[in-house]
Ligand binder design. Structure first.
Ligand SMILES: Nc1nc2c(ncn2[C@@H]2O[C@H](COP(=O)(O)OP(=O)(O)O)[C@@H](O)[C@H]2O)c(=O)[nH]1
Ligand SMILES: [Mg+2]
Length: 369
């Protein structure tokens, strides 16, 4: 699944405004040669306090954060799953992302037309979620149609798989028909795995992004309350952001100016920073660090990865030629204050091929190719 978050929502809710602000300081493409950047795809740095703290102690020439991608997905309107608006081509884009940021209009502005005539977060959310559920419903129904044929297959492997999958599909169908997203059906890892090739949209984690106006950034408005109620029922996260202010902050040159601006308007962290972190967290990935005098850098790896696989994130040679890893945890570094103290305290360990890398590990890989 994609290491990215798709931004969805009705037209005119502020998706592109937020997307442009997010990508106004795009991650240096030079550091990430694997990224192809299209107009609606942005690669952004993931803010991480731990990285800054490590850098402060190690004092490297360069600090390189982890990255994540956001995709501005336009065209979702009522009837989209049946071909309204841009049709359902963009549903393909949504299927390919790892998680969803659902932007909800929570600001009043008479000059900006709302597609349904008035600002109504509950109904807006329903319209979008219904389209997504309908798309999934079609996918699941199609798969179910074919499943009996596979059950009768002479090939035992095929027929066993179909027998195993059928009740899962039926469960999802029922869930969707009752108006709930597929993710609300409790499935274990094997069951999820059996249907992962369907790329169900409502199986993906969703974050609600309330786009509020300037005045409501520090206090909660009625619209935001409504979104929070809906999200609580779904077990989804909510963040509040002001697209307009974010574009103003994004236009400022230096980090100092940005910090000053945030202080002036009375918020600690920009909405974008919250959104990037929340989006990144939905992708179920962890971060490890490499720390040397040349650079301190954050790397993203899949939860549960063993040391060689995590090394492979840096370079395939690191995985192929993996010998061992020198590891300490960043919290030990923060507690002890320096790498030499860390060694004295015996917190620097050697780990082998079977070591499961933890979030926040600082690693030096030894390899041989
Ligand atoms: N007042 C106000 N207007 C906004 C805000 N965010 C976006 N807009 C305006 O709403 C309009 C639609 O925004 P856009 O980002 O293009 O929406 P999209 O269709 O969801 O991509 C634009 O004129 C934006 O300037 C906001 O936080 N406050
Ligand atoms: Mg747009």
């Amino acid at each position: 699944m994609g290491m990215n978050c798709g931004i969805v929502g009705l037209p005119n809710v502020g998706k592109s405004t937020i997307f442009s602000a997010l990508t106004s300081a795009p991650a240096e493409a030079a550091n990430y040669p694997f990224c192809t950047i299209e107009p609606n795809i942005g690669v952004v740095h993931v803010p991480d306090e731990r990285l800054e703290k490590i850098a402060k102690i190690v004092g490297p020439e360069k600090v390189i954060p982890a990255i994540t991608e956001f995709v501005d997905i336009a065209g979702l309107v009522k009837g989209a799953s049946k071909g309204e608006g841009l049709g359902n081509q963009f549903l393909g884009h949504i299927r390919s992302v790892g998680a969803i940021c659902h932007v909800v209009r929570c600001f009043d502005d008479g000059d900006i037309i709302h597609v349904a005539g008035k600002v109504d977060p509950k109904s807006d959310i329903e319209v979008i979620n219904i389209e997504l559920a309908l798309a999934d419903l079609e996918t699941v129904a199609k798969r179910l149609q074919g499943v009996d044929k596979f059950i009768k297959s002479q090939d035992k492997k095929i027929s066993d798989k179909a027998k195993y999958t059928k009740p899962i599909l039926e469960g999802i169908l029922k869930t969707l028909e009752s108006g709930l997203p597929a993710r609300s059906l409790p499935l274990d890892a094997d069951e999820r795995d059996a249907i992962s090739d369907l790329h169900l949209i409502t199986m993906k984690k969703q974050l609600y992004v309330c786009n509020v106006d300037e005045a409501n950034l520090t206090k909660e408005n009625e619209y935001v309350k409504i979104v929070k109620e809906i999200a609580a029922k779904e077990g989804a996260q909510v963040i509040t952001i002001c697209g307009k202010i974010e574009s103003e902050i994004a236009a400022l040159e230096s980090a100092e100016e940005k910090a000053e601006f945030l202080k002036d308007i009375g918020i600690e962290e920009s909405g974008l920073s919250k959104m990037i972190k929340a989006g990144y967290n939905m992708l179920d990935m962890y971060t490890y660090f490499t720390a040397g005098v040349k650079e301190v850098r954050a790397w993203t790896f899949p939860k549960g990865a063993k040391a060689p696989q995590a090394a492979g994130v840096i370079h395939t040679d690191f995985e192929r030629g993996f010998i061992k890893a020198e590891i300490y945890h960043c919290n030990d570094l923060f507690a002890l204050g320096s790498e030499s103290k860390l060694k004295e305290a015996g917190k620097l360990r050697m780990e082998g091929k079977e070591y499961e890398v933890k979030d926040g590990d600082v690693i030096h890989f030894r390899f041989n190719v």
